[in-house]
Design a binder for this molecule. Structure first.
Ligand SMILES: Nc1ncnc2c1ncn2[C@@H]1O[C@H](COP(=O)(O)OP(=O)(O)O)[C@@H](O)[C@H]1O
Ligand SMILES: [Mg+2]
Length: 395
């Protein structure tokens, strides 16, 4: 097929040609928008799941919806090892200023204008962007993050409420936010909920995110509509492959579709990679089982060289040994004591490697004393690496 028309889109945060299987989350968000217009209370939303399931794409889609409704929207991303709350504050400040500039047209309410003053106060330290509104003295300028975020949210949300709008803060990789920022944001969400102010955090992150939030604030459990984002069920996965092809007058033989969906196990990233592979490989439409078998081999090689390899290369030899020891559990969570035993070490002996792998985002702790890969398909990948090494084919 003509490669230049290939509709599939494997890659972090890249919008798929057909965003399927996320209707429930989108409907829930649309309901929040509708309720906000009627001044009815709502909760924020937290999307959690492994890497490559489509959280970022969904988050961006919801963000687009919020923007279309005229909401005040800011987006940030958690990052481990960042210089703490000051850096996040500047990043958030910049986002608020940009959103504020878009809002700052003639005819905004007096209250919104005042809220823009609070943004200016909050964003002191951000250079190069300004709002043309002088800082609101005594609002959001104490230097204490929790107080300032609280005041900022209050001023903005109260002003937006008059218009049936809301302030939405989208946070990707939320498990990686620093503790002070996380606590401050959760406190602001809590306060907003109690006072029925339209402020919503829409977060996305690893499966451990709900636990991370509860640990930061015990009441976090009640703050959000928690949604697990995972592999797509068979019928939906087929649609993810078939719809884009049909748009270009192509199609799959049913058996070909089965082969790709099975190989991808319904995981969105893998579906895109296999879809891209079969499009490039197939000489004609409809795509046949032969095409699909070749696409699985080719797509898997690409995943090994890209999606998996990028992660493997970030691990040190000691960390790789730990990853390898985990592979015995075949993708299910591993007990850290058993992993240590497999390596002939004490539990404390694997502590540093475990901590580094978590901070590199390669594993996470689904429960106390447990670790799991953050990407699906890691265990078979590691076995492929070792087989290749054993047969002298590199790595
Ligand atoms: N609902 C979906 N249907 C089909 N493909 C999807 C869907 N959601 C995401 N994808 C694809 O999956 C890949 C990973 O998406 P991304 O949002 O980066 O995942 P995550 O943030 O969970 O790691 C991208 O290539 C994207 O196009
Ligand atoms: Mg993501």
């Amino acid at each position: 097929m003509d490669r230049s028309l290939n509709p599939y889109n494997p890659g972090a945060g890249l919008r798929p040609p057909a965003l399927v299987g996320r209707e429930a989350e989108i409907e829930a968000f649309d309901a929040t928008v509708a309720r906000t217009r009627l001044h009815m209370p709502n909760r924020g939303m937290v999307l959690s799941g492994l890497r490559g399931v489509g959280k970022t794409v969904l988050l961006n889609d919801l963000r687009g919806r919020a923007e279309q409704m005229g909401w005040f929207v800011a987006a940030i991303e958690g990052q481990r090892g960042e210089q703490g709350e000051d850096a996040v504050r500047r990043k958030l400040g910049r986002e608020l200023l940009i959103a504020g500039r878009q809002l700052n047209r003639r005819g905004i309410s007096k209250r919104l204008r005042t809220a823009l003053g609070s943004i200016t106060s909050f964003s002191v330290g951000v250079t190069g962007i300004s709002l043309d509104v002088s800082a609101a003295s005594g609002r959001a300028d104490s230097g204490d993050l929790e107080t300032d975020i609280g005041e900022l949210v209050e001023d903005l949300a109260e002003a937006l409420k008059e218009k049936g709008l809301a302030f939405a803060l989208f946070i990707d990789e939320m498990q990686d936010l620093d503790q002070p920022t996380l606590s401050a944001l959760l406190a602001a969400q809590h306060e907003a909920g109690q006072r029925e102010r339209p402020f919503y955090i829409i977060g996305a992150g690893l499966p451990s995110l709900p636990a991370v939030l509860s640990e930061a604030r015990s009441y976090a459990e009640r703050l959000f509509d928690y949604r697990r984002i995972g592999a797509l069920p068979n019928e939906v996965a087929r649609k993810a492959l078939r719809e884009p092809a049909k748009k270009y007058g192509s199609d799959y033989e049913p058996g070909a579709l089965d082969l790709l969906v099975d190989a991808a196990e319904g995981y969105p990233y893998f579906l895109q990679e296999y879809g891209r592979a079969i499009w490039d490989i197939a000489p004609n439409t409809p795509f046949t089982c032969d095409d699909a078998a070749a696409a699985v081999a080719y797509g898997l090689a690409r995943l090994d060289e890209g999606f998996f390899r990028a992660r493997w290369d970030r691990a040190t030899p000691a960390e790789r040994r730990l990853l390898h020891a985990m592979a015995q559990d075949d993708g299910a969570a591993s007990n850290t004591t058993s992993v240590a035993e497999r390596l002939g070490k004490k539990l404390s002996g694997i502590g540093p490697a475990r901590a580094h792998l978590i901070s590199k985002g390669l594993i996470y702790a689904p429960d106390h004393g447990m670790v799991a890969y953050t990407v699906p398909g890691m265990a078979p990948f590691i076995r492929r690496q070792h087989e290749a090494a054993a047969s002298g084919k590199g790595a």
